[in-house]
Design a protein around this ligand. Structure first.
Ligand code: G4P
Length: 529
């Protein structure tokens, strides 16, 4: 039996990420969430707005110029009786690979929707990814201080487009200039909104019950009457919150508010900490590993360079799946079959790197990586396990990369292989020549790679176009057939950064023909690390 303090530590953890379309308000919500976590004295320092919190290195300058958030970071803070780990994900779609992998490391997601716009493209895509693991979703309808769409219609749209039932927990009273607050259906109380309080934790005024003269006085008789009528309709027509359906990803509690006005974010956090799951089990090639297994296990879902110019190293982000990390403990790096002693893992209390004394299942720790750790690597206390389901996606954009100074070929290759281990880009080396082909899911990745090759490896590289349109990882059980395939298709084959055989196709037609011609060969669009 695991001891009770250990179980308590695990049970109080909530590890989640925010999914949203760019501009829906993810950064603003993150600021307010941290404000509530008392992690920041004053909200306003997440994206380098007002301060330079995250604008820390050359390629992050690029990110700043473009006004996007390229990096994934982790923030831990206490809220109510919980300890929350919020994993930030890059908002720009060019970095979706990183986002997808980050979603494998969380147990629930907050979906933020711009209530003036409704369900948008990127939210749709991200929801598809969360569906692969039935991740529980909490929804926040943002920007109520603007003129929004009809709330009932918004719920309808979420239900039909994202195929998830909506259970409103709060209900808005007016919007835009007329936004008065929300009625909390579960608590049977109205929480009144005040403008101009966005940077502080507000002293809110609440009014118990709907048939309360105070309510009529506070928001006006006709609005109060309208609210009572509307709520009757809403409660009749929408789903009631059901924890089991929430945990299986079939139903989402919905909150309304304005992140900018710091209103409603705390209601959402109350729901999230109360209902979202504590650290969930994860599947390995051998067995399912439960969070309360006392033996430590974890997997790496992201590698990131240069988080801080004072430490020019790379950090491997590890999700602890079970047990407990303590400073100086020995871990087994399963892929290498090596024991390593970890004395300097970092935690991410409120976004600042700190040395971790101990960390528990559900937490993210950062390991200093000197080139030996790859995305997808499993660490244990001896057992040979491999966590599954951390995907690599077939790139859709390809360029040949070339040096301005040909003498630096070795550094270029080293840089590219390391960047591909991080998942920043994918690199392919054709079997028939010495080209280096860089593959990306989004075009911005190309610029990041050239900027980082220059700043971290001191190589000047440029791109040329290359006749590759799509790629598939290939394998075949039958060695003879594989050998024949390799011989016949040599001009289309390459090795990726991890030496996996890849078919690089000049066109979809070519790919389809080869797939027909070699039915015993499997062509994969994603590769698990
Ligand atoms: P993102 O990370 O999802 O991309 O969104 P972000 O929080 O950066 O918000 C995008 C824009 O929407 C920002 O305005 C932000 O101030 C605004 N915003 C966020 N929440 C609310 C809200 O509740 N109400 C209103 N009215 N606006 C909101 P911006 O002009 O692009 O940036 P900034 O000049 O404010 O920094």
């Amino acid at each position: 039996m695991a001891d009770q303090t250990f179980l308590n530590e695990i049970n109080k953890r909530r590890t989640f990420a925010i999914i949203s379309h760019p501009d829906a308000g993810k950064t603003t919500i993150t600021e307010k969430v941290l404000l509530f976590g008392k992690a920041l004295q004053q909200a306003g320092t997440v994206k380098g707005r007002g301060s330079n919190q995250h604008a820390k290195s050359d390629w992050m300058d690029m990110e700043k110029e473009r006004g996007i958030s390229v990096t994934t970071s982790v923030m831990q803070f206490p809220f109510n009786d919980s300890l929350v780990n919020l994993l930030d994900t890059p908002g720009h779609e060019d970095f979706s690979e990183d986002t997808y992998r980050t979603l494998t490391a969380v147990d629930s997601c907050l979906m933020v929707i711009d209530a003036a716009k409704g369900v948008e493209d990127r939210t749709r895509k991200l929801m598809e990814v969360t569906r692969l693991r039935d991740t529980p979703i909490v929804t926040f309808m943002n920007k109520l201080d603007r003129d929004i769409r009809d709330p009932m219609e918004l719920l309808d749209e979420v239900e039909t487009e994202l195929n998830i039932m909506c259970a409103p927990v709060t209900w808005p009273i007016g919007c835009g200039k007329e936004f008065k607050g929300v009625y909390h259906i579960h608590r049977d109380e109205t929480i009144l909104y005040q403008t101009g309080q966005g940077h502080t934790i507000q002293e809110v005024r609440t009014i118990k019950g709907l048939d309360n003269a105070d309510l009529d006085a506070a928001i006006g008789e006709s609005l109060a009457e309208q609210l009572r009528e509307e709520l009757e309709l809403v409660i009749g027509a929408s789903h009631e919150f059901d924890k089991e359906l929430f945990l299986s990803g079939e139903l989402t509690p919905v909150y309304f508010g304005t992140a900018l006005g710091n209103f409603g974010v705390d209601h959402m956090l109350d729901g999230l900490t109360e209902w979202a799951p504590s650290p969930l089990p994860r599947q390995t090639d051998e067995r399912e590993v439960s969070a309360d297994d006392e033996k430590f296990t974890g997997f790496v879902f992201k590698i990131q360079a240069n988080m801080d110019p004072k430490h020019r190293d790379r950090i491997a982000f590890m999700r602890i799946v079970s047990g407990k990390y303590t400073q100086g403990m020995k871990m087994n790096h399963v892929r290498l079959g090596k024991q390593v002693s970890i004395s300097d893992a970092v935690t991410f209390m409120a976004g600042d790197r700190e040395r971790a004394q101990e960390a528990f299942a559900g937490d993210i720790i950062g390991l200093h990586n000197h080139g030996t750790i790859q995305i997808g690597d499993t660490f244990t206390q001896g057992e040979k396990l491999k966590f599954s389901g951390i995907p690599n996606f077939a790139p859709e954009l390809f360029r040949r990369i070339r040096l301005k100074d040909p003498l630096k070929q070795k550094q270029l290759l080293k840089g590219l292989v390391q960047l591909s281990e991080e998942g920043a880009v994918q690199v392919f080396r054709p079997l028939i020549n010495n080209d280096l082909i860089v593959g990306a899911v989004g075009v911005l990745q190309f610029d990041v790679v050239v900027a980082r090759l220059k700043s971290e490896y001191n190589v000047d590289a440029i791109y040329e176009s290359v006749n590759v349109q799509t790629a598939r990882w290939v394998n075949c059980e039958d060695e003879k057939k594989l050998a024949e395939f390799r011989r016949k298709c040599e001009q289309n084959l390459a090795l990726d950064g991890g030496d996996n055989l890849t078919y690089i196709a000049p066109s979809r037609v070519n790919l389809n023909l080869s797939m027909e011609r070699y039915p015993d060969v499997q062509f994969h669009q994603t590769r698990e690390h």
